[in-house]
Design a protein. Sequence first.
Length: 321
Amino acid sequence: MHLERRVLVTGGAGFLGSHLCEKLLESGSQVLCVDNFFTGARRNIEHLLDHKHFELLRHDISHPLFVEVDEIFNLACPASPIHYQRDPVQTTKTSVLGAYNMLGLAKRLHCKILQASTSEVYGDPAEHPQTESYWGNVNPIGSRSCYDEGKRCAETLFFDYRRQHGVKIKVVRIFNTYGPRMHPNDGRVISNFIMQALMGKDITVHGRGNQTRSFCYVDDLIDAFTLMMNASEEVTGPINIGNPTEFTILELAKKIISLTGSSSKIVRMPLPEDDPKQRKPDIQRARDTLGWEPTVGLEDGLLRTIEYFETLLSQQNANIS
């Protein structure tokens, strides 16, 4: 009798985690979704609760976890500045102690573990586009440091567990990702702009709006996760995962106004502390190693995301009335 692989997804009720849980279930895996619901939402995984191969466990991975699984995807951590700055000490604990606990579990079980790292390890980059060999330009004591440095330390732990204990690791560095199930109030630029446009509010652009970002649709990112986990053990990463097509924040604001048919006006706000001026991945390593590159264009992805937020708003309005 064939037994499905049992996969642990930490942060499984979050934006990325819920899409990953779905993809793993579709591939025939059993999924253990672990989340403490600090930023994850039950609505993201509600449709999976009755699936016979899906299990939900409420747990904070800054505390040890003892389960039996065949693979681990470690996604747990608040990922937007609003959320990770709300409790910066807990953010660092989740990144560092969470990685330590999950690596300990992978070591005990002799299983593969993938770390969802971030482009924030590059800080405000002095190199453009960012390659995996770039060490970054990070402020260690700023308001964003709990996330940036927490994720950098997690990468250190992953590679030391590989060198010292032979743990089978995978590290991907995620660049700006968007799509359905983003938190409507996470402060990220795409969710911010779409919510403001749909509600007819002013669209708040920080600085002159000429800072650039590269936006990857969530389905493309999840494909990269599974390709990375299934790649040979020698493929450890880190590997950049993102869309190398670059847009200014002002271009994005204008595109969202156009796609939503909104009458919103663009207003300027001061730049936040340590806000990167440029963010664009070099994805040659992902192309060469995984045969991966994004396929969903910005306009197509934005339309799907706008549709999600329109549904969310109409549900909220129905609940109020």
